[in-house]
Design a protein around this ligand. Sequence first.
Ligand SMILES: Cc1cc2nc3c(=O)[nH]c(=O)nc-3n(C[C@H](O)[C@H](O)[C@H](O)COP(=O)(O)OP(=O)(O)OC[C@H]3O[C@@H](n4cnc5c(N)ncnc54)[C@H](O)[C@@H]3O)c2cc1C
Length: 414
Amino acid sequence: MSFPRDAGRVVIVGAGLAGFSAAQTLRSLGHEAPVTLVDAEPAAYDRPPLSKRLFANDFSLEDLAFSSPEKLSQAGIDTRFGQAVEAIDAASVTVTLENGEVVEGDTLLLAIGGRARSLTVPGADLPGVRTLRTFDDAAAIRAHVRSGTRVAVIGAGLIGAELASALHLHGADVTLIDPAETPLQPVIGSLLASHLHAMHSLRGIRVVTGLTERIETDGEAMTVVVDDGSVIPAELVVVGVGLVPNIELAAAAGLETDGGILVDEHYRTSVPSVFAAGDVARLRDSRGVLHRREEHWEAAQLSGQHAAHAMLGVDLPVRGASWFWSDRHGIHLEASGRLHGDGEFVVRPGVHPAVFLVDEGLLVGVAAIDDNNTVRAARRIIDQRIPVVASDLADPSFALRSMLRAERAKTRNA
Ligand SMILES: Cc1cc2nc3c(=O)[nH]c(=O)nc-3n(C[C@H](O)[C@H](O)[C@H](O)COP(=O)(O)OP(=O)(O)OC[C@H]3O[C@@H](n4cnc5c(N)ncnc54)[C@H](O)[C@@H]3O)c2cc1C
């Protein structure tokens, strides 16, 4: 099959969701040349279950894997798992693995994600202080926790909150520490953020608002000292304070980086034969504006798919509003678009409130709990730029889908 661009041999570094999706897409589009997927980890696997299902009976690497080595091989995807890439040469499109092997390609995709950010306070490097990014991290946390184990979770963002909930459900004695009164406010707006944060204490998790100053140990248990005066004893401390993008390989190879590997709308880096996707990629749009990196599952999947298309010279339309979900305390949160910055917040009351951000008559963001229909419809309204009326959005009996139907009818009759 011929494509507008001959991607030739494709080497993909990083077999997380972005890299795996790119490999799969290349094959489903009919790209026939060799595709090699390289990862330092022993398998290509999914990360969201690490903070949600780590205490499930069937929690295993096989269970989380996107595909088995046999299926990858049947799809003609060559793998080098358990091998970190130590260097890349962007000009010759070669990567050097830690065992010395050099893998040659014609097109390279960097889908190397990031690593968990560590704390820089005294005691942050104690052996009982952990982070959560990989299967091994989750397995180590699981192995340390019994009913009644005292666990301090530092950071109440998406991963910290989910982990605190899973630990609590497993019977651990959990303290959740964050300097913000309402963590996640920039992502889902203050009302929903405080609603969700309040759930922790309602379920029996101790919530401490303050900055961690230091972690001490007497050789057995640890103590987390917080600047509000709290002193929290813990057998295990888990730090969930964000992600550091893995840009070093790209920077050393001369690719442009700035808090991420810089890419254009088609995931091309500053070197034409090298693409980047997923958590590590940062969009610099055609006006030169740098966007925030997206650190969400769907963004990783779509960017991998888009990058695969772009490698073959098949450009897809620019993606619509971002979307993510989070599960904790038995509820399911979904959000799409922007819920910070300019605009008017509109709240739709209910068992759990839904929030919308309306800017100049257009919907720009939505978040709701246990209501994926609302988020799905709102997302389409955002993407189609359908004008909205705040009082409609605030009315629990108003079906957003009716706006989409009306818009379709208008287009048909136009
Ligand atoms: C615990 C957890 C829970 C999450 N929950 C949610 C959620 O509920 N909803 C949501 O929308 N998103 C969630 N996410 C985010 C989502 O999982 C990520 O956005 C997604 O996994 C990013 O995929 P990626 O392929 O870009 O990066 P990654 O999954 O990080 O994959 C990058 C891969 O590159 C490999 N790599 C890096 N450097 C090298 C090297 N030098 N050589 C070889 N290999 C290398 C790594 O080993 C890794 O396998 C969660 C993430 C975590 C960690």
